[in-house]
Design a protein around this ligand. Structure first.
Ligand code: URP
Ligand code: ZN
Ligand code: ZN
Length: 483
């Protein structure tokens, strides 16, 4: 991701002691709820004790965390590694994608299984598990995308939940490919309610988008600058409104993925204020990048073609406010990377052929720290909440993941709040030829990242082992956390 020169941090020895114990000594711990100076004793894969001046066994390894902030390992609940999509396959696989995640301070990801129509969901899950096994270097789970609804899909629903896949994504966009209609959405919401799952939606009105695309192309408006014109905020606001109404009717909780604009946020707020259980994530790109990028850059604008698209700058502060107010609970990346040369340029003749998505999984934590904590938009506990605790709670990983507590997995990010860097394609771990956040200055970088007690990254260098990530069976959705 970031530092041009890899200056070494002082954070100490890279191996647990011979007893399998490691003491992380002298840092300041930040969780979503607390901030306190403490030593952390790790035994095996778990946190065994937290306290001041802990005395480890003589053979324990010691990590010096003096002057460092310690956060729970980041949890990114929205990635697309090795995804077949729009005539190509996303460029990061489970190895490069999770190495980027690890070096950037993320120790758990949840990716999306996208089954084909007519196929078994459990078979699709097996195929996605095969892509990840032996490659992923951080722990991972899966959401199941639903691209149709029928008796076979319904029959597999409880089996998926038992397999630890407890969340289901429905697309209200991508007409003719993944899009579901309202009847199918209602059916899905009912099933999720019955079996204890959580439905998430890609909320854009697919008919509106298809209509706009058709007219733009017919008028010869084929460049990437027309992608946002074909994906207006009204289409997102309308879809969120409709999804909320459907969830209300089904009496089911609802999660909005990659919320990008004030229109969508207003619908979420209104629903929450009425007492409805609607949760949402946004992404670093919607908080930090804006639609000027489409106007200035000729075909290079294709680098930022994603759905929903970037919005106007004025809306960004409202998204930050939404995070502070708790109407948006988490920041995920929607990492779906494509090389500019050879993939994004498949859409030279028409913006509708540009594979949608950007690389971001390695950049999320430091961007949020620099532009959230550093700019006083979030305090450190809110930062821990939005990058780790809330996503872990929403998706059935908490308290195994998302916090620093006795008994939790020892997934830790030791953060140097003063260390500076810059996001650049020249030092990215993403398997692409550009960075969506090129040139963004960073202040506050992870200097040591631990996954289940093992150091997997130090000073932006990957120190883990290919395949050391583990599939995590997630619990069902717990409404009590949010009522
Ligand atoms: O542009 C995006 N978001 N690509 C990934 C697929 C999706 O819609 O999440
Ligand atoms: Zn989506
Ligand atoms: Zn996505």
């Amino acid at each position: 991701m970031k530092t041009a020169a890899r200056e070494k941090s002082s954070a100490g020895s890279a191996r647990p002691g011979s007893t399998g114990e490691t003491l992380v000594r002298g840092g300041t711990v930040f969780t979503a709820a607390d901030s306190f100076p403490a030593d952390i004793l790790i035994r095996g894969e778990k946190i065994a004790a937290i306290g001041e001046r802990l005395t480890p066994g003589a053979a324990a390894g010691v990590v010096d965390a003096k002057g460092l902030e310690i956060y729970p390992g980041g949890v990114d609940v929205h990635t697309h590694f090795e995804l077949p999509f729009m005539g190509t396959v996303s460029a990061d696989d489970f190895e490069s994608g999770t190495i980027a995640a690890a070096c950037g301070g993320t120790t758990t990801i949840i990716d999306f299984v996208i089954p084909s129509k007519g196929g078994s969901l459990l078979d699709a899950l097996a195929a996605w598990r095969k892509k990840a096994e032996g490659k992923a270097v951080v722990d991972y789970g899966f959401h199941m995308a639903l691209v149709e609804m029928n008796a076979d899909v319904a029959a597999e629903f409880p089996k998926l939940i038992r397999a630890g896949v407890t969340s289901f994504k429905c697309f209200m966009a991508y007409k003719g490919a993944f899009m579901m209609d309202d009847d199918q959405l209602l059916e899905t919401l009912g099933l999720a309610k019955k079996h204890g799952g959580l439905v998430s939606v890609h909320a854009e009105n697919g008919d509106m988008l298809t209509h706009l695309m058709k007219h733009l192309l017919a008028a010869g408006k084929t460049g990437p600058e027309y992608h946002p014109v074909a994906h207006p905020a009204e289409a997102e606001g309308e879809a969120v409104h409709r999804a909320v109404a459907l969830a209300q009717m089904a009496q089911a909780p609802l999660y909005i993925v990659h919320l990008s604009c004030r229109e969508a946020l207003a619908e979420v707020k209104a629903a929450r204020c009425r007492g409805q259980l609607v949760l949402a994530e946004t992404c670093p790109q919607y908080l930090l990048l804006d639609d000027e990028l489409y106007r200035k850059n000729g075909f290079e604008a294709a680098k930022w073609v994603m759905s929903p698209p970037l919005r106007d700058k004025a809306g960004q502060e409202q998204l930050w406010q939404g995070l502070r107010d708790g109407f948006i609970q988490g920041v995920a990346t929607d990492h779906c990377s494509f090389r500019f040369q050879g993939q994004k340029d498949m859409g030279q003749s028409a913006f509708t052929k540009i594979p949608n998505g950007i690389p971001a999984v390695g950049d999320r934590v430091s961007l949020l720290y620099t532009y959230g904590v550093g700019k006083k938009r979030l305090n450190r506990n809110q930062f821990a909440a939005v990058i780790a605790a809330n996503p872990a709670k929403i998706f059935g990983l908490y308290p195994q993941k998302g916090t620093i507590a006795v008994g939790s997995d020892a997934d830790l990010v030791l953060f140097d709040p003063k260390k500076k860097g810059r996001v650049s394609k020249d030092n990215t771990h993403h398997n692409v030829d550009y960075s969506a956040f090129e040139g963004f200055a960073l202040e506050g970088l992870p200097v040591l990242v631990m996954s289940r007690g093992r150091i997997i990254a130090k000073d932006d260098e990957f120190l883990g082992r290919k395949g050391c990530g583990r599939f995590i069976k997630r619990k069902g959705f717990d409404a009590q956390d949010w009522s």
